[in-house]
Design a protein. Structure first.
Lengths: 310, 267, 343
C-alpha cells in the first residue's frame, strides 16, 4: 500500500512538474510594430511582421491560390492532397484531415500556416499552441466572394497587385461565360455524381455547394437540389424519375468511366446513358474554392451548351 | 442461541416460508430436510440476510439480525454454499482467507493472527496441502472442504450449510460431515474475536440417512411450512416422512442399533 | 509467493518509464539528443531559448510532453477501469465501455462535430464537453433501466448496456450519414485520435483521473470477494450494492473524462488486465495497482507506433490498439489453456 501511495505521489509530482515547465517560451526579441494586421475567417486577429516568406498550406485549394497569385516560391509545405499545380507536388507532404504531423510543420519553421474551412478549430488551437501564426480562410458562398480570398492571400504573401490582377481576369472570364449563356432558355438537367460506389444510391451535391452554384451560373438545373442537403445519396429510382439530360462523373478522378456506368443495373434506362451523354469531369475544378472554379464554370458551359469561351 | 420467530418470506407475492419458528442452540447440529421446493435454501438465504423477511424476526442472543449491517451480520452468520462456479484463478489459500472479510479493513490486509487462523482452518479441514493450488484444478470434494474452512475462518457462532454434500462422492459426504461435527464439538479459537465457544450448525441435507447419523435435531419443511422440529427419532417417523416426501418410506434400525435407517419401500 | 510481490510492480513501473521516455524522444521529427539536452537545461535554469533551439523546444514541450501526459493518463484510466469492470461483471470480455461510456461519448462528439462553433473557449471545448456529457447521460440511462429498487443486478446492467449501446450507436451512425462534411473528422475521433494538443486537456482530465483511480484502486479486495457472486459476497460481509454503485459511478467518470479528449480508444481496457493477470494472478488488489502503469505504458507504446509507422501521417491510436489487440489476445488464449488464470 505504501508502495502505491509513493507511486501515485510520484505520478502527481511528475505531472505538476511538467505542467510547470510548460510556461510558453519567452520570445527572443521584442515585437516590432507590425505592418500586417488582418482578421481571418474565424474572427481572429492575425499579425505578421511582413509578408509571409515561408508558408505552409494545409488545403489543396489554398495551395492553388498561393501559386496562382505568384506566391508559389514562398510555399514550404503542403497537405497530402495538394496536387495542382504540378510544382506543388515537390513540396514536403505533411498529412491530411485524418492527421497532420504538427512536429514536421514546426520543423519547417513557417511564418504562416494557411488553413481552410475543412479544418477543425482544434487544429488552429494546436498550431497556435505550438507557437505558429495561423490564418483561417473561410469558404466563399458565391464566385463573387472568391475574389477577396485571392486578394487576402495576396496581401499575406506580398503579391497583392498580382492577386488583384488575377481577380480582374477571372471576373472578366466569368462575365464572358454569363453573356454566352444569357440567351439560353432551355436549361438542361444535370446529375453530378460524386461517388458511385453503390450504384443504387449514388452520392451527389445539393444546394450550398460549389458545383450547385456553378451549375446554376452555367444555366443548368442540378438534379441534386432535390436532396435538401449539401451532400447525400439519391436513389436510382429517383434518378430514373428525374432522367437528367447529362450525367457528369465527378468521380472520374478515381477511375470511374462512362463505360462502367452503362453497365450498372437500371442505369441503361437513363436517357443520358442511351444517348451517350455521360461525361467524365475533373472534380478538382468545382470542389476547391479558388481560381480554378472559373475553369470549372467554363468547362461546364462548354460541355452543356457547346459554348466556347476565349 | 439463534431464535427464529414467525418468519415469513415471500418472493414477490408468493410466500415461500410461512410462519417458521425454531431455535438453534450453541453446539447443536440442526438438519433441515424436506422435498424440493420446501423452502430450505430460502431459509438459508433469509437467515444470512440475502432475502429480507416479510414478517417475523431472527434473533441471536437477543440481537435482531435484520437491524444489523451486512458486516455485523457476517460476523454472526457464515454460510457454506455448494461448491459451484467458484472463480478458477484463485488459490485455495486466497479463498479461505476471504473468510476473514468481515474483520478486515477495506484493503483486505491480513494480520499474522488472521493468517494463523487460516492455517488452522485449513489443517482442520485437511486442505493444507492444497494451499497454493488453483481452484480450477481442485475436485468437488476438495472445494467443499475449502468452503467449510472459509466459514470456519469467519469465526461465527452460527454456520449455515446449504446442501454441502450434493454432487459429492459418498466418502466425501461422510468426510465433510465428520469435520462439521468436529468443528462444532471442538471449535476453532478465533484470535481477536474474544471467546471460543461452540458454534451452532444448520445443515440442509437431502440424504435422510446422513441426517439420521449426524444431526442432533431435525427440522422438516414442506411447502414452506414447518411440519416437525425435534430429535432425530421424533421427526424421522415413517408416516410423517412418507406424507412429506410423497412416497412410502420405512424407518428401520441400523445393524448396531444406534441410528435409524430410512428406506423407500418398493411397490 | 511472497517474493513475487516485489517484482511485478517494478516490472510495470520500469515499462512505464521506458514508454514515457520513448514517447518523448520519438516523433515524426528526429531531434538530436544533444539538442534535447540543451533545451531541457535551458528550461530548468530559466534561461531564454535561443532561436536555433526554438524548434526542438516547441516540439518537446508544447507538443510531445503534453501529449505523453494525456496518453499516459488515458491509458492508465482505461486499464484500471477495464480491470474493475472485468471484476465487477465477472466477465473476461468486459471493458470500460460496457455500459455506455463509449457510445454516449461518440454520440455527444458527433452531435458537437456536426455543429458550427465559434472560435472561442466554449467552441473549442464543445466536443470534449459534449462527449463527456453524452457518456455520463448514457451510463445514467443504463443504470436507470437496470435498476431494481436500490439494487443493480449484473444481468440487468449487461442487457441494458447492450440495448442502450445499440440504440446510441445507431443514432450516431444516422447522424454521421446526414453530416457528410464532418464525416472524416468524426470517424477519426471515433477511432481514437487525440485532436487537441497542449496542457489544457491534461489539466481537465487530471481531477477525474485522481479521484476516479484513487477510489478504484482501493476496490481490489472488494472485487476479490465479489468474484464469488453477489450472494456469497454479501454473506462474507461485503455491502455489494453500494460497492457496485460506487465502482460504476467512479469508473464512468474517469473513463468519460479520458475519452472526451482522446476519442474512443479500444482494446486497452480489455487487453491490459488480461496481460497483467499473467503476472499477478487473479488478485484484484494487485491487478488494479499494476493496471495503472501497465495501461499507461501500453497506450504510450501504441501512440508512438501511431506517430511513426506512417509518418508524416499520424494514425489514430485506436487503430494500433485494435491491430495489436487481436494477436495479443490469441497469444493469451493459448497461454491460458495451460493454467486457469481467469477469475
Amino acid at each position: 500500500m505504501k508502495r502505491v501511495r509513493v507511486f501515485l505521489l510520484f505520478v502527481l509530482l511528475l505531472t505538476l512538474l511538467l505542467a510547470g515547465c510548460a510556461q510558453p517560451a519567452a520570445p527572443a526579441a521584442t515585437p516590432t510594430p507590425s505592418p500586417l494586421v488582418m482578421t481571418d475567417g474565424l474572427g481572429r486577429t492575425v499579425t505578421l511582421a511582413g509578408p509571409a516568406q515561408r508558408v505552409v498550406s494545409l488545403a489543396p485549394s489554398n495551395t492553388e491560390i498561393l501559386f496562382a497569385v505568384g506566391a508559389g516560391g514562398q510555399v514550404v509545405g503542403r497537405d497530402n492532397f495538394s496536387n495542382y499545380p504540378p510544382e506543388a507536388q515537390e513540396l514536403p507532404a505533411l498529412g491530411d484531415l485524418s492527421g497532420f504531423s504538427t512536429e514536421q510543420i514546426v520543423a519547417l519553421k513557417p511564418d504562416l500556416v494557411l488553413l481552410a474551412e475543412i479544418h477543425p478549430p482544434e487544429l488552429v488551437k494546436t498550431l497556435e499552441d505550438a507557437g505558429l501564426t495561423v490564418y483561417y480562410l473561410k469558404n466563399p458562398l458565391t464566385l463573387e466572394e472568391m475574389y477577396p480570398m485571392l486578394i487576402t492571400v495576396g496581401e499575406l504573401t506580398g503579391h497583392k497587385t498580382e492577386a488583384e490582377a488575377l481577380a480582374n481576369q477571372l471576373s472578366v472570364r466569368v462575365a464572358a461565360v454569363q453573356q454566352e449563356v444569357a440567351e439560353i432558355e432551355d436549361r438542361p438537367t444535370v446529375f453530378y455524381e460524386i461517388d458511385g460506389s453503390d450504384p443504387s444510391k449514388p452520392w451527389t451535391a445539393g444546394s450550398g455547394t460549389f458545383i450547385d452554384t456553378l451549375l446554376e451560373m452555367a444555366k443548368a438545373e442540378n438534379v441534386g437540389r432535390a436532396l435538401g442537403s449539401q451532400y447525400g445519396q439519391m436513389s436510382i429510382e429517383a434518378l430514373l424519375e428525374a432522367d437528367p439530360d447529362f450525367i457528369l462523373l465527378g468521380d472520374s478522378n478515381y477511375g470511374v468511366t462512362p463505360e462502367q456506368v452503362t453497365e450498372r443495373a437500371g442505369w441503361d434506362e437513363l436517357t443520358a446513358v442511351k444517348e451517350g451523354r455521360v461525361l467524365p469531369f475533373n472534380d478538382d475544378l468545382v470542389s476547391r474554392p479558388g481560381p480554378r472554379l472559373v475553369d470549372g464554370l467554363e468547362e461546364l458551359a462548354r460541355i452543356l451548351h457547346a459554348v466556347t469561351v476565349p | 442461541m439463534l431464535e427464529v420467530s414467525h418468519l415469513t418470506v415471500a418472493y414477490g407475492t408468493k410466500p415461500v416460508l410461512k410462519d417458521i419458528s425454531f431455535q438453534l442452540a450453541d453446539g447443536e447440529i440442526l438438519a433441515v430436510i424436506g422435498p424440493n421446493g420446501a423452502g430450505k435454501s430460502t431459509l438459508v438465504r433469509a437467515l444470512s440476510g440475502i432475502v429480507p423477511p416479510q414478517s417475523g424476526t431472527i434473533h441471536y442472543n437477543g440481537r435482531d439480525l435484520c437491524s444489523l449491517s451486512v458486516q455485523e451480520r457476517a460476523r454472526l452468520i457464515a454460510v457454506v454454499p455448494q461448491a459451484r462456479s467458484l472463480p478458477a484463478g484463485f488459490t485455495a489459500r486466497q479463498v479461505v482467507s476471504l473468510g476473514r472479510t468481515p474483520y478486515l479493513n477495506w484493503f483486505g490486509q491480513l494480520s499474522p493472527a488472521d493468517e494463523q487462523l487460516v492455517q488452522e482452518a485449513m489443517r482442520r479441514t485437511d486442505t493444507e496441502h492444497l494451499a497454493d493450488r488453483l481452484v480450477g484444478e481442485l475436485s468437488g470434494g476438495e472445494l467443499q472442504r475449502l468452503l467449510l474452512a472459509r466459514a470456519l475462518v469467519q469465526a461465527t457462532p452460527v454456520m449455515l450449510l446449504d446442501e454441502p454434500t450434493t454432487h459429492l462422492d459418498l466418502q466425501y459426504q461422510i468426510g465433510l460431515l465428520n469435520r462439521v461435527v468436529e468443528v462444532v464439538r471442538q471449535p476453532i479459537s478465533p484470535n481477536g474475536n474474544g471467546k471460543a465457544h461452540a458454534p451452532a450448525a444448520l445443515v440442509v441435507l437431502h440424504d435422510l440417512n446422513l441426517v439420521a447419523r449426524y444431526a442432533d435435531r431435525v427440522l422438516l419443511l414442506v411447502e414452506g411450512c414447518l411440519r416437525a422440529c425435534g430429535t432425530v427419532n421424533e421427526v424421522l417417523k415413517p408416516a410423517q416422512l412418507s406424507e412429506a416426501f410423497g412416497l412410502p418410506l420405512e424407518v428401520m434400525r441400523s445393524p448396531n442399533g444406534k441410528y435409524p435407517l430410512v428406506v423407500p419401500l418398493m411397490a | 509467493m511472497k517474493g513475487r510481490t516485489v517484482h511485478p510492480f517494478w516490472i510495470a513501473f520500469a515499462a512505464l518509464l521506458a514508454a514515457l521516455l520513448l514517447s518523448v524522444l520519438v516523433g515524426s521529427v528526429s531531434l538530436s539528443l544533444a539538442d534535447m539536452a540543451r533545451v531541457l537545461a535551458a528550461r530548468l535554469s530559466g534561461a531564454e531559448i535561443g532561436p536555433d533551439l526554438r524548434v526542438a523546444d516547441t516540439i518537446l514541450f508544447s507538443l510531445r510532453l503534453p501529449r505523453t501526459a494525456l496518453v499516459a493518463l488515458t491509458g492508465s484510466a482505461l486499464a484500471v477501469c477495464g480491470a474493475s469492470y472485468q471484476g465487477l461483471f465477472r466477465n473476461p470480455l468486459a471493458d470500460p465501455y460496457l455500459i455506455g461510456v463509449a457510445s454516449g461519448a461518440g454520440l455527444g462528439a458527433v452531435i458537437a462535430l456536426s455543429l458550427r462553433w465559434r472560435y472561442d473557449v466554449l467552441g473549442l471545448l464543445a466536443v470534449p464537453l459534449a462527449s463527456f456529457g453524452g457518456a455520463v447521460l448514457t451510463v445514467l440511462l443504463v443504470v436507470l433501466l437496470a435498476r431494481v429498487g436500490r439494487s443493480l443486478p449484473v444481468t440487468h446492467l449487461l442487457l441494458a448496456g447492450v440495448a442502450v449501446n445499440s440504440f446510441t450507436g445507431a443514432l450516431t451512425s444516422f447522424l454521421l450519414l446526414r453530416s457528410t462534411g464532418e464525416l472524416r473528422r468524426a470517424i477519426a475521433w471515433l477511432m481514437g485520435g487525440s485532436a487537441m494538443g497542449g496542457w489544457q486537456p491534461v489539466l481537465a482530465v487530471l481531477p477525474y483521473w485522481l479521484i476516479g483511480l484513487g477510489i478504484l484502486m482501493t476496490m481490489g479486495h472488494a472485487l476479490n470477494v465479489m468474484q464469488f457472486g453477489d450472494e456469497q459476497a454479501q454473506q462474507l460481509g461485503l455491502p455489494v450494492e453500494v460497492t457496485r454503485w460506487v465502482i460504476i459511478a467512479v469508473s464512468s467518470l474517469a473513463t468519460a473524462a479520458a475519452v472526451s479528449f482522446t476519442g474512443i480508444i479500444g482494446f486497452v481496457g480489455l487487453i491490459v488486465p488480461h496481460l497483467l493477470r499473467l503476472l499477478t494472478g487473479s488478485d484484484y488488489r494487485r491487478l488494479l495497482v499494476l493496471s495503472l502503469p501497465g495501461g499507461a505504458a501500453f497506450l504510450l507504446a501504441a501512440d508512438v507506433l501511431a506517430r511513426v509507422v506512417m509518418t508524416p501521417q499520424e494514425l489514430p491510436v485506436g487503430i494500433i490498439t485494435a491491430l495489436a489487440g487481436a494477436p495479443f489476445f490469441i497469444w493469451i488464449l493459448r497461454r491460458s489453456r495451460t493454467l486457469p488464470y481467469w477469475s
